[in-house]
Write a protein that binds this ligand. Sequence first.
Ligand code: UT7
Length: 395
Amino acid sequence: MARYSRIVGWGMYVPPRVITNDDLAQIVETSDEWIRTRTGIRERHIVDKPTESTATLAARAARAALEKAGLPPTALDMIILATSSPEHLFPATACIVQDAIGAVNAGAYDLSAACSGFVYALVMAHGLIVSGQADTVMVIGAETLSRLVDWSDRNTCVLFGDGAGAVILQGSEQPGGLLSSVLGSDGSGAYLLSLPAGGSRLPASLETVRNGDHYIKMDGKAVFRFATRVMAEATRQVVEKAGLTLDDIDLIVPHQANIRIIETSVVKQLKFPKEKVFINLDRYGNTSTASIPIALVEAVEQGRIQPGDHIVLVGFGAGLTWAAALVEWGPELPPPSRWRQFLYGLFYPLGRIRSAFRRIRRRFFAYWFGTRERSEEEWRRLRGEKSTSSSEPDT
Ligand code: UT7
């Protein structure tokens, strides 16, 4: 029997702190007028507490998606977290989220495809489900790019914002869900948008820090040209692959990087009605992998997506990469009963107790066998966490 994957839950979270264009004009030589007319951005949310991080934003979005789906965290088979601002080179941020939400039955990994990452992750989740390797997969796009931009570089610091969006994909025998996808890359343009240092090619050194090589570097104009071309092409291809035409598409949810990119590509090149393109970048800026899921969640919550609608998610980013997915939206599931909600709410503290127990057991064995334990205290100190009794990031 054919197997399909359907989106059964969705959630988003942005940190409360808002930075307006006028606020930025206090830091770098720019103006509200320049940012609004060149990008469409008015404000963005950014993390302002050391305890807020990519994982904490992701965990909040993940919990919201689980609540929407009426599922406990234990129902997840896999967590795929797309991000360009992982907490560390390793372990994967997805594992920190797995622990924070108590998804004790889930595998977890990060996916790096820059701003196209969420759509890439969605397609990977679909593949796991239709091949029968997983039934319920959490896909998250989460970023704290504010930690990686050079706040003295007006070419980049005005563009980005922080946030997270998540969806849950579940196997189904009912036709629908993800109908087609297009994934592409062109590494010959790797240099156009990068964070050069801190990896194995250019390890951190006094020199890399002094040169500012740990900040995002971008050739904005070249990325702009690439983006306008691939957004239109990928949309056209994904619609054709599903055996549909652009007239069948009810909403396009594009990567929210720049209003001029969206207008030049999907609106002008495809001659697609602007009212059927979802735009919220004015309030969030470019949240990279989080931009498409945040926009998707807002579109659903605003009633812009109805059961049976055909939606195109399309993005582009560093790599260079691009990705598009065509989704047939399913019927909304009935909300879980209050009793069930209460019961599932207990899974989160239980998950933390389980995690704390595992740490204590590890300490015990280290003591018993007389081995030197890799210091959990040191890990927590480096991460700016306080307690040793809870594994939960500041969610
Ligand atoms: O997720 C993917 C991430 N990247 C992108 O999506 C980036 C795609 N590119 C873009 O969105 C646009 O290229 C930018 C918004 C980055 C820049 O817009 P632009 O219209 O391509 O501007 P520009 O780079 O050609 O710069 C025009 C002028 C320059 O001054 P001069 O040389 O003409 O005197 C810049 O120095 O605007 C200046 N400028 C600014 N002025 C005020 C650049 N940034 C700013 C700024 N405020 N923030």
